[in-house]
Design a protein around this ligand. Structure first.
Ligand SMILES: [Fe+2]
Length: 188
C-alpha cells in the first residue's frame, strides 16, 4: 500500500483523486474479504493495489484527452506492474457477458469504483443518478448510462448473493478497513 501511495505521489496525483482511490480500496478489499470468506480466491493485495492505482492517469487524461483507463494501464505496464495494469485498464468496462464469468479482482475493483462518488461511499443508484446528471447530456448518452446502470445492478446482485452482507452495509464495513504496513504493494 505504501508503495502504491508513493507511485501516486510520484505522478503528482491530486489529493482528491488519492482520497477517492483510498475509498475505492476500502470498498473493494471489504468485498473481496467477504467473497473469500465464502470460498472465493481473490488476491486481496492485488484488489487493493488495483483500487489505489485505478485512476493514476485521471488527471493526465483530462490534459491529453486520452482514455484514463488505457493510459493508466500503459503507465503501470511501463513500471513493470503487469498484474495491476489489466485491472486498471478494465475498471470502466463491463458488459453482460462479464456477468457470467467467475469473480475476478478486476470486477471487484470495477464495482467498488461505482460505489464511490468523489470521496464518499454511496449506493449504486446515487452514483449513477449523479453520472446521469453530469454526463447524460444527450438522449444517446443517457440511454448508454442507463444500460450500464442496469448491468451494474445485476453485477451487484450477483456479488452480494455470495456475501453475508447487503450492498447498503458496505460503507459501514469499509470505513473500518485497516491497512498493514507493506501490505498491498502492487508488485506481485
Ligand atoms: Fe475511480
Amino acid at each position: 500500500m505504501i508503495e502504491c501511495l508513493r507511485i501516486l505521489e510520484s505522478v503528482n496525483l491530486p489529493a482528491h483523486i488519492v482520497a477517492h482511490s483510498l475509498q475505492v480500496a476500502r470498498c473493494a478489499v471489504t468485498l473481496a474479504r467477504h467473497l473469500n470468506n465464502n470460498s472465493h480466491r481473490l488476491h486481496e493485495d492485488l484488489v487493493c493495489a488495483g483500487s489505489l492505482l485505478h485512476d493514476i492517469a485521471k488527471d493526465l487524461s483530462l490534459k491529453t484527452g486520452k482514455n484514463h483507463a488505457h493510459l493508466g494501464a500503459a503507465i503501470l505496464e511501463q513500471m513493470g506492474l503487469s498484474l495491476v495494469a489489466p485491472i486498471v485498464r478494465d475498471h470502466i468496462f463491463l458488459n453482460e457477458s462479464m456477468l457470467e464469468a467467475p469473480f475476478s479482482e478486476s470486477v471487484v475493483v470495477n464495482y467498488a469504483d461505482k460505489r464511490v462518488k468523489h470521496e464518499a461511499i454511496v449506493l449504486l443508484d446515487e452514483r449513477f443518478e449523479d453520472l446521469l446528471v453530469r454526463y447524460g447530456t444527450t438522449p444517446e448518452k443517457k440511454a448508454h448510462l442507463q444500460r450500464r446502470w442496469k448491468i451494474y445492478r445485476a453485477l451487484e446482485q450477483k456479488l452480494f448473493a455470495h456475501t453475508s452482507i447487503k450492498p447498503e452495509h458496505l460503507a459501514q464495513e469499509a470505513a473500518q478497513v485497516s491497512w498493514a504496513v507493506g501490505h498491498c504493494d502492487g508488485s506481485q
